[in-house]
Write a protein that binds this ligand. Structure first.
Ligand code: GLV
Ligand code: MN
Ligand code: MN
Length: 400
C-alpha cells in the first residue's frame, strides 16, 4: 500500500466522486437502480474483485462481498448504501462502503486473519428517494416489508420496484440473515455533535422513531381571475396551513416535523389547484411523542379541510420504531475507540437490522453538520480516522 491512509481514502473516494454529481447544485442524483447507482454497484463489484472477495446478491438488490466462506455463519457485516436523496451530499451512504473496503486493506496490511467471515454490504434504496419507502433493501432482507408490497412500489415515472430490479424481489432471507452475527455501519454524522465534542468519530446509541405520511388534498381546480374568493375550494390553503401546523406541533413537543416535498396539480400560475399532495416526515425521541405529533397534525389537517371545503386522505408510507442499539456493543466500541456515544434522528439500514442482530454504528465528524444537501462534508483526515476505527471494530468482532 502506498501513501498515508488519508491519501488512500482520497484516491478511492475520487473514483466515485463524479458519479451522479449534478453540475448545477454540486449535489448527487444517485437514485436506486438508476444509471449512476448502477455504476456504483459495478464499482462495488470491481473493488471486491480487486481484493479477491466474491460478490453475491440477495434477490432484493442488496450486494454482499465476502472475505471468508460465503456460506459461513457468525459473519460480521459492514457497509451502507450508495443511493442519495435529490441533490444529496457525497458522504451519506458511500462513506460506509468506501471505508469498509479500506478497512479490509488495513486489516490485511496488519496481517489480521479474521476467525469469522467479514461481509461488506451495499444496501439498495436506503433513502426511499425513488420508491418512497426508506431502507427498502434491508426491510426486504429482514422481512420487515413484504415482497409483494415492495414489488408494486412505483417511482415518479410509474416504474415499479420489481421492474427496476429486473424481477420480483425475493423478500425475507432468514437463511442469509441467520449467517450474520453482528453489523457495524459507518456513516457521516448528520449533525454537529462530534464538532461540539471535538471528536473525529462517535458511536451511536439510538435512532429516534420516525415515519412518512402522505397527505392528498383534493379541491376544485378553477380560474384564478374569475373565481370569487368565497367560492373557492383551494387545496393549497389546506396544505399551507398543515405545513405551519406541523412545524408548530413539533416545536411544542421538542420533536421534528418537515414537509420537504409537494406536488401540485395542475401546477399552473393562473389556476386554483385541483389537488395538492404533501409528504410529512415526522420524528421524535420516543414513540408516544411521535404518535401525539402525527395525531395533532392529522387533526389540524382535517379541521382546516372542513373550512376550505377540501377532502383529505392521509396514507402512512413508512414507520420506523425507536431503535436502541445494543448497549453492550456500543459501550465496548466506545471504550475501544475512546469515542463519544450519541443518538441520531436519521434513519439507517442499521436501524432495521438492529431488530435481528447485535448492531452498532460509527459516525464520522461532519464540519458543517449539514446533510441531505450538497453542503454535507467530512475531512479526509477524519475519514481516515473513521476507517481506522472501523478496522479496529471489525478486528474486535471477527477475531476471537
Ligand atoms: C435517512 O437518511 C433518513 O431520512 O433518515
Ligand atoms: Mn440519508
Ligand atoms: Mn445514509
Amino acid at each position: 500500500m502506498s501513501g498515508d491512509l488519508a491519501s488512500r481514502f482520497r484516491a478511492l473516494w475520487d473514483e466515485i466522486a463524479p458519479v451522479g454529481r449534478d453540475a448545477g447544485s454540486g449535489g448527487y442524483l444517485r437514485y436506486a437502480l438508476t444509471e449512476p447507482e448502477r455504476e456504483l454497484r459495478a464499482w462495488f463489484r470491481s473493488q471486491a474483485q480487486r481484493r479477491g472477495l466474491p460478490v453475491t446478491e440477495d434477490g432484493n438488490g442488496n450486494l454482499f462481498a465476502h472475505w471468508g466462506e460465503p456460506e459461513g455463519s457468525d459473519a460480521v457485516l459492514t457497509g451502507s448504501h450508495f443511493d442519495s436523496v435529490p441533490h444529496g451530499g457525497a458522504y451519506d451512504g458511500p462513506l460506509g462502503i468506501v471505508s469498509a473496503f479500506l478497512a479490509v486493506d488495513e486489516l490485511r496490511a496488519a496481517g489480521v486473519a479474521p476467525d469469522r467471515p467479514l461481509v461488506l454490504a451495499a444496501f439498495v434504496e436506503e433513502e426511499g428517494a425513488r420508491f418512497g419507502v426508506p431502507c427498502l433493501g434491508s426491510r426486504l432482507l429482514t422481512g420487515a416489508l413484504a415482497a409483494d408490497r415492495a414489488a408494486g412500489l412505483r417511482d415518479a415515472a410509474g416504474v415499479s420496484f420489481a421492474e427496476a430490479l429486473g424481477g420480483p424481489p425475493a423478500g425475507a432471507r432468514p437463511d442469509l440473515l441467520g449467517r450474520f452475527g453482528a453489523f457495524v455501519e459507518l456513516h457521516v454524522e448528520q449533525g454537529r455533535a462530534l464538532v461540539d465534542a471535538d471528536a473525529p468519530v462517535g458511536v451511536a446509541s439510538a435512532i429516534w422513531p420516525h415515519g412518512r405520511w402522505r397527505f392528498d388534498v383534493v379541491g376544485e381546480g378553477n380560474h384564478a381571475g374569475t373565481t370569487r374568493m368565497a367560492d373557492r375550494r383551494d387545496p393549497m390553503l389546506t396544505y399551507a396551513f398543515t405545513v405551519l401546523a406541523a412545524n408548530k406541533e413539533a416545536r411544542l413537543r421538542g420533536a421534528h416535523a418537515t414537509v420537504g416535498r409537494v406536488s401540485v396539480e395542475p401546477n399552473a400560475t393562473n389556476a386554483i389547484p385541483s389537488k395538492v399532495t404533501g409528504w410529512l416526515d415526522a420524528r421524535a425521541a420516543d414513540p408516544e411523542t411521535l404518535s401525539g405529533l402525527v395525531d395533532a397534525v392529522r387533526g389540524k389537517l382535517a379541521e382546516r379541510a372542513r373550512r376550505d371545503g377540501t377532502e383529505v386522505t392521509v396514507t402512512e408510507e413508512s414507520v420506523t420504531p425507536l431503535v436502541a442499539f445494543d448497549g453492550g456493543l456500543a459501550k465496548r466500541l466506545a471504550t475501544l475507540l475512546d469515542a463519544p456515544v450519541l443518538p441520531t434522528g436519521a434513519g439507517h439500514d442499521a436501524g432495521v437490522l438492529a431488530a435481528h442482530l447485535p448492531t452498532a454504528m460509527l459516525f464520522v465528524r461532519n464540519p458543517t453538520g449539514v446533510s441531505h444537501s450538497p453542503a454535507e462534508a467530512a475531512r479526509d483526515a477524519d475519514c481516515a480516522a473513521g476507517v481506522r476505527a472501523l478496522a479496529r471494530a471489525l478486528e474486535e468482532l471477527t477475531c476471537r
